[in-house]
Design a protein around this ligand. Structure first.
Ligand SMILES: [Cu+2]
Length: 247
């Protein structure tokens, strides 16, 4: 969890988020290497004796080729891993579970469509949603907890009344949509920021490999209460998830 004074990314709870952090570190190290290298090169060149250095170098084809070719090679070497990452983030490998997240001003609703009805939702307070037997789905809305309702250890503006259960260790297909304006379902621990657009369904694949409770927030300015529609997710084992949701 990011806290006051945190500088770096929060810990990743998905392979994608950990890869994103690694990629960021690779880019940062590269920037430092090149900054130091180029500074050293310029300093050394300028400090050369006049008969060896810059003041006698005019129209050097080889020098111009070098300072064009090296940055191009560097940019391509940085582009390729980033491009690969973008493709990986869109790759949905045989999802076993579909969860629909719908943004509204100013709360989130979740719909579990692959299962007919929840069997043991009552244990964790997930029984207050709506079961739709005709279409075989279960849905509930998630609201921010008021400051007066917070319990010890819960974070202001991040705690929600009902956590959305997600399974660990299997591919999940998150379908995002909105009922009014553009919102964004964003959980930094998962490396997911999915803009949800009214009238459209946005698919986001996720593979969660860490259990626990994770928080996120709407990440698209959507109105006056944009800051007060947090996202709360509880990642549970997929066996527990199946027991929870399956009839
Ligand atoms: Cu918003």
């Amino acid at each position: 969890m990011s806290e006051f004074g945190s500088v770096f990314f929060c810990d990743g709870a998905t392979p994608i988020m950990r890869s994103l952090v690694n990629l960021y570190h690779i880019y940062c190290y590269n920037m430092i290497y090149f900054l130091v290298g180029i500074s050293f090169f310029i300093t050394a060149f300028v400090r050369m004796a006049p008969h060896q250095g810059w003041c006698v170098t005019f129209h050097s084809q080889s020098l111009e080729f070098t300072w064009t070719a090296i940055p191009i090679a560097v940019l391509i070497s940085l582009l390729l891993p980033g491009y690969k990452m973008v493709i990986q983030m869109d790759e949905c490998v045989n999802p076993l579970c579909t969860v629909k997240a719908t943004g509204s001003q100013w709360f989130w609703s979740y719909e579990y469509g692959d299962y007919a009805a929840p069997a043991a939702m009552g244990e964790k307070g997930w029984d207050s949603g709506v079961i739709h037997p005709a279409v075989g789905s279960y849905s509930f809305s998630q609201y921010m907890k008021a400051e007066s309702d917070l319990e010890l250890g819960e974070l202001r503006n991040l705690a929600v009344d009902k956590l959305a259960p997600f399974p660990e260790g299997i591919w999940v297909r998150l379908l995002g949509s909105s009922t009014d304006v553009i919102h964004s379902w964003s959980v930094p621990f998962f490396g997911v920021k999915s803009d949800v657009i009214p009238g459209r369904i946005i698919e986001t694949p996720m593979f969660l490999d860490e259990m626990g409770t994770f928080s996120g927030q709407c990440a698209e300015l959507c109105g006056v209460n944009h800051a007060f529609m947090p996202i709360g997710v509880e990642v549970i084992s997929h066996h527990a998830f199946t027991r929870l949701i399956k009839p």
